[in-house]
Design a protein around this ligand. Structure first.
Ligand code: NDP
Length: 288
């Protein structure tokens, strides 16, 4: 039976640590950190995520500012709002909820956010820093995976890590982090849709990270006995939420596994809070 890597509990621990940092700041007479979120349109999944982010901020005593814009807003007006938030002293970090409507360039929007207020860590400056082993703001999901591994005492040094997926927000950054000497020091293989024999790679993995967006694609015969499985996928099905891993089949074979829900998901929001507190501290030159 695989040990459950309890993302819910670890995320709660991180939120509690951040709440006491915020308390210490306010006890010193300082204002709490503030996260601004821009949400364009009415996508229902985005609505859930934005609400969760707002609630999480408020729960740890942080300020949260929501800018909900209509679907038809022009790219120019959106960029203008980002510029205003870049210049406002009391905004420490911001993010633009993705996906955006088709008439707005995601790339332009991400690049318009000041790198020192980049809560999601998607700006090329921050991704570049990550790549050279000097990260400041790490994208929240990869940051959450690193914390999950660390706080579950899962060693990465010298391990065979296989990542399925090469998106800019999950696959590429987690592969770069785990390869890097100071944040993983593992041997990393990245698989994608052009990978010829997926099972050949997944079977070799000591740690398998699945971020493919394909419900239950990882079956028992694709994993090594005693491996550690990190399932990033989230899918809504009639039977409830499931991940990219067929949990029921795979769990008995492995040493440890993240459930869906309750694995990587809760960590993503916790790391967003962490990035915001980090931005606040850097901008205000505060060491706690
Ligand atoms: P993307 O769709 O951007 O990327 C998916 C990647 O997986 C691509 O690189 C794609 O390859 C690869 N891929 C897809 N199918 C296969 C396959 N059959 N074999 C091998 N590789 C494959 O997804 P994201 O990275 O944004 O997200 C991945 C999953 O994680 C989604 O389910 C998403 O909902 C979830 N997610 C969960 C988060 C959380 O907080 N838990 C946060 C972010 C995402 P190619 O490049 O060749 O197309």
């Amino acid at each position: 039976m695989g040990r459950l890597i309890d993302g819910k509990q670890i995320a709660a621990q991180i939120r509690a640590e951040l709440a006491s940092e915020v308390e210490e700041l306010t006890a010193r007479g300082k204002r709490p950190p503030c996260l601004a979120v821009i949400w364009v349109g009415e996508d229902p999944a985005s609505a859930t995520y934005v609400r969760a982010k707002g609630k999480a901020c408020q729960k740890i005593g942080m300020n949260f500012e929501l800018h909900h814009l209509e679907e038809g807003i022009s790219e120019k007006d959106l960029l203008k709002l980002i510029e205003e938030l870049n210049n406002r002293e009391e905004i420490d970090a911001m993010l633009v909820q993705l996906p955006l409507p088709k008439h707005i360039s995601e790339k332009k929007v991400i690049e318009a956010i000041a790198p020192n207020k980049d809560a999601d860590g998607f700006h090329p400056y921050n991704l570049g820093r990550l790549l050279i082993g000097a990260p400041t703001f790490i994208p929240c999901t990869p940051a959450g995976i690193l914390e999950l591994l660390k706080r579950s005492q899962i060693e990465t040094v010298g391990k065979e890590v296989v990542v399925i997926g090469r998106s800019n927000i999950v696959g590429k950054p987690i592969a770069a982090l785990l390869m890097q000497k100071n944040t993983g020091n593992a041997t990393v293989t990245v698989c994608h849709t052009a990978t010829k024999n997926l099972t050949f790679h997944t079977k070799r993995a000591d740690i398998l990270i699945v971020a493919a967006g394909q419900p239950k694609m990882i079956k028992a015969e694709m994993v090594k006995d005693g491996a550690v499985i990190i399932d990033v996928g989230i899918h809504r099905t009639e039977a409830g939420l499931c991940g990219d891993v067929d949990f029921k089949e795979v769990e008995p074979k492995v040493a440890a596994i993240t459930p869906v829900p309750g694995g990587v998901g809760p960590m993503t929001v916790a790391m967003l809070l962490k990035n915001t507190v980090q931005a606040y501290k850097i901008r205000n030159n505060i060491v706690l």
